[in-house]
Design a protein around this ligand. Structure first.
Ligand code: NOJ
Length: 571
């Protein structure tokens, strides 16, 4: 076994202090986790009642997508009141009870903060519409005059992330066609003007409101989008923020340098509270050095590594992204934050079952090529074991511990993601990864709630993936996650010194076929992922600690890590 690269610097140890450097954080999507009242939509009491599941699973913390007052035009990412709970999810008392119970169980709670935009039904936006052009109320949002003789054209050519123009014209209080407001997402999500100190004060009050209620931190929605180029130049390039334009020009609405001052100010607020409260950036930013700027010592604590999530099933590609992104975050003293699935992307159990070379899709519909279920399952389990062995923190999206696939045959008439409607169905959207969880294989609604109702339909095959089928079943994905999370702790993988190695048995194989590294407190754990089709014989004397699949046995009787599998070995 040859070490082929310098050791990646390890993140600082977490011994109670700086828990976030190594934590495994479970994302709860409240609409789809557990329903307590039978209306078909998940809610806070449903979550509280099921927190034991997360303790049994072995995660350290929970991040909840928004549960605030909202018309639900973008599943709660359109907030009408940041300091109250939407009746569909419960009450503020339910939120307090959930936080209290989580803390009793030793789980930390991270809530979602949506500072880029509000709902158009927020009191601030209603006041802005009523007050008219030039008013302080309008200055809370990004209202501009239109172009053209009578202002009939949008102020810029910007496109919304969800499709269609990013500007909407309003009717003024006197009934005449008036100004336009910016919405980088849906028309019902007007962007706030972060150059206005009033906006800063109001959102800082929101931070304090939830910190006072005891939450352990915030996942910050669209963290790279809050500030815009005040000149509002046209930008006809695709809106995808991970791509820069061909000539290297930076987008006027994404990842601007002046956004960082906001996070420095928030960090000061969090640091003024007891305990270790954290900020987590949802920032679709590349290259890795630009993302790392969000986790400098006086800014946020974590930033999702979406470049990792987007990486193809290839040993060479994974090695490259891990090396580059870990180096960039280490450079600023931050952990790397690994993630494979969330409520915005096709679940990795399906994504990894798509034909090689398929670009990451925005949902999958029945008339598109379907993922290979068995291949997707095998690769997803392998990808997860690889991820959970990497140094740093990791996020797990609800249902991935069951190996849930994407719902890829959902009828168009039940789809709710605004992307689907705004693109006339050209983009399938994210409903397929947001389907209510299957808890019990033979109960109505698969045990999601007492009535059997579910706000999105569950595919038939979800019964096979239900928790009660997998719990206690050797080899199930659920038991694999439990074992991995337990061993990750015992073997201290999250603070290990990762060193890539070339195994003698891989000498004749293609570079993207196998990935191997050592890690753990004494470097004694060997992690091997077979990306290709050919099993890899176990190194002589290796003890298998955990494997994502049953070992294969070669003609010579030697045991091997099978294709599309990851093994944790004691070498
Ligand atoms: C990112 C969130 O994860 C996504 O679900 C939402 O639609 C957009 N931000 C807009 O808030």
């Amino acid at each position: 076994m040859t070490q082929t690269s310098p050791t990646l610097a390890r993140p600082a140890a977490s011994t109670g202090r700086e828990w976030w450097r190594t934590a495994v954080i479970y994302q709860v999507y409240p609409r789809s986790f557990a329903d307590s009242d039978g209306d078909g939509v998940g809610d806070l009491p449903g979550i509280t009642a099921r927190l034991d599941h997360l303790v049994e699973l072995g995660v350290d913390a929970v991040w909840l997508s928004p549960f605030y007052t909202s018309p639900q035009a973008d599943a709660g990412y359109d907030v009408a009141d940041y300091t109250d709970v939407d009746p569909v999810f419960g009450t503020l008392a339910d939120a307090d009870a959930m936080v209290a119970r989580a803390h009793e169980l030793g789980l930390r709670i991270i809530v979602d903060l949506v500072p880029n935009h509000t709902s158009d039904e927020h009191a601030w936006f209603r006041a802005a519409l009523a007050a008219g052009p030039g008013s302080p109320e309008r200055a809370v949002y990004l209202f501009r005059e239109g172009k053209g003789e009578s202002g009939e054209l949008p102020p810029t050519d910007w496109q919304s992330v969800f499709g269609g123009p990013a500007w909407e014209r309003v009717t003024e209080p006197d009934g005449t066609p008036g100004q336009w407001y910016l919405h980088l997402f849906d028309t019902k999500q007007p962007d706030l003007d972060w150059s206005n100190p009033v906006v800063r004060e109001r959102i800082e009050d929101v931070l304090r409101f939830w910190l006072d209620r005891g939450v352990d931190g915030f996942r910050v929605d669209v963290a790279h989008g809050l500030t815009k180029d005040p000149a509002f130049p046209d930008w006809s390039h695709p809106v995808s923020p991970l791509r820069v334009s061909e000539d290297g020009t930076r987008a006027p609405m994404w990842d601007r340098d002046d956004v960082h001052e906001i996070y420095r100010s928030w960090r000061r607020i969090l640091d003024s509270y007891e305990g270790e409260r954290v900020l987590v950036a949802e920032a679709w930013v590349a290259p890795a050095e630009r993302l790392a700027a969000y986790v400098r010592p006086d800014e946020m604590h974590q930033a999702f590594n979406f470049e990792y999530l987007e990486t193809a099933w290839s040993g060479a590609a994974v090695r490259d992204v891990v090396t580059r992104t870990a180096a960039a975050s280490t450079e600023v003293g931050a952990p790397t934050t690994w993630v494979l699935s969330n409520h915005d992307v096709v679940r990795h159990a399906s994504r990894l079952g798509l034909p090689a070379g398929t670009p990451r899709p925005n949902g999958i519909s029945a008339d598109e090529p379907q993922p290979d279920e068995a291949l997707g399952q095998a690769r997803a389990r392998a990808a997860t074991l690889l991820m959970l062995a990497l140094p740093g923190s990791a996020y797990v999206y609800q249902g991935e511990e069951l190996g849930l696939p994407e719902h890829t045959t959902m009828p168009a008439d039940v789809r709710q993601d605004p992307t689907f409607a705004r693109t006339g169905g050209a983009e399938t959207g994210r409903d397929g990864c947001r389907v209510p969880l299957p808890w019990q294989h033979d109960a109505p609604g698969l045990g999601f709630g007492p009535s059997g109702r579910t706000w999105l339909p569950q595919p038939e095959d979800y019964a096979r993936y239900a928790l009660d089928v997998q719990r206690g079943t050797p080899g199930s994905t659920y038991e694999l996650y439990r074992a991995a999370l337990r061993l990750r702790r015992e073997l201290v993988l999250a603070t290990g010194d990762l060193a890539w190695v070339d195994l003698p048995s891989t000498a004749s194989r293609a570079g993207d076929d196998v990935l191997a590294f050592t890690t753990g407190s004494d470097g004694g754990v060997l992690v091997v992922t077979v990306f290709g089709d050919e099993p890899l014989p176990l190194p002589a004397g290796a003890e298998v600690l955990l494997c994502s699949a049953d070992l294969a046995t070669g003609a010579d009787g030697v045991q091997a890590v099978p294709a599309n599998a990851t093994a944790w070995l004691r070498a």
